[in-house]
Design a protein around this ligand. Sequence first.
Ligand code: FAD
Ligand code: 8RB
Length: 455
Amino acid sequence: MQTSESRSITLIGAGLAGALLATLLARRGWQVDVHEKRGDPRVKGYEGGRSINLALAERGRNALRQADADDEVMTQAVMMRGRMVHFLDGRQQLQRYGRDDSEVIWSIHRGDLNICLLDLAEQAGARLHFHQRLESVDFDAKTARFIDDRDASAHDLGFTALVGADGAGSSLRAAMMRLSDLGERTEFLDHSYKELVIPPAEDGGFKIEPNALHIWPRGRYMCIALPNDEKTFTVTAFLPNEGEPSFATVKTGAQAMALFQRDFADAIPLIPDLEQDWERNPPGLLATLYLERWHIDRRAVLLGDAAHAMVPFHGQGMNCAFEDCVALARKLEEHTDLAEAFAAFQAERRPNALAIQQMALENYLEMRDRVDDPDFLLQRELERALQERHPGRFVPHYTMVTFMLIPYSVALARSDIQRGILVAATLGKDSLDAIDWDAVDADVLARLDLLVDAA
Ligand code: FAD
Ligand code: 8RB
């Protein structure tokens, strides 16, 4: 049996992962304290009321269900059935993500989601401490120093173990690195992003199709738009940092307008504040963070973005962070020794984080350059046909990542095999009529076993 001291834990960060993990652990009888640098979003509004939305997929929903949060979160979610591709000439085409409306993703409001999870954490008995920024850790004395940024006051508190759910710029990770090398490596993408807003239409409705994730693919760059339940869309422009066009050459509102006139003309009437929005904020950086070690013995462990920040292009950062929470809560039940639990957590999750980090990088090329390419569309068509011919054996890449709970590493390995089959079978062909079905079927049977989703 564990002593009550060993069943107490201190979480850093009350963002998406911190709030969910606090709920899962408090419900299992842990004494949970959560320290968050910002103020309580339930008190004074969130991020100045800006609508920032996230795509929630099956992995995230499954984790939310473990905390009984899924139903409430879904009340304000907007269904996205597929990619709405906006061609240069203004034509649009919906490419479905799944077979029907049971295979869709959901756009949800980050602030509302966080508030919902904080309420649940508190109801479960977790103690939330806002305005408490982790500044430094004395791992020998097992004390952590927190700063209240409103008056710069410091508070030193003892802990049994620390969990870093403090995001990509994790202070706990920095403190751990001072004690022991975690094998940290950050790879910046040579592209960045800017956010713009599509307000509601005159009649108060959505200005463009609400039930889709909009993509304007333009080869080396792209824009996307996700719907918000208050009838707005958040548009994100992804551009290279250098070259033409890039954030180095498109700096002023007028330059942004010229770029949009050339490449995103159908979006101009949708974004009234394009020029101001473009000039307001500097471009956001995009990076992948790799760590060889996620924990220091029994004293500290990292999860979510703090352990494995990724580029956004698969829409899986939050979904993966939520899966981490379920996995860590389970390991903490299965192992009485925290060091063993943290090691088992890392062993299970690190290969999967590496897999989704790689797939997220790969999906940028697909979104910006491939979705309007005839070869790619033929491969998608064959993928659907093989899904019908080999149920449970040939499962589309997007389905494995987004609608299933199989490990990301399994999805990556199978996607690599499947891509090989699709490319080889469609090489030099311009329709499915020319496919040699016997050969393709034999290839599928030889190289892919039946896939079981443990969920
Ligand atoms: P966060 O949610 O960032 O939470 C970290 C928390 O720690 C914050 O509350 C922060 O204030 C707090 N904190 C930081 N430092 C300290 C400190 N020193 N002391 C105390 N507290 C601290 N993912 C998806 O799955 N789908 C999407 O569509 C998607 N869209 C995104 C859009 C944008 C614009 C961005 C930026 C990210 C998006 N992501 C998406 C990724 C997703 O937001 C992250 O992967 C997810 O939030 C990670 O959760 P987390 O709890 O690890 O970190
Ligand atoms: N972080 C998403 C997908 C995959 C869509 C597809 C892609 C913006 C920052 Cl870029 C992106 C996806 O393959 O058709 N699902 O969900 C979310 C995405 O970007 C989010 C909104 C985003 N994340 C910094 C900006």
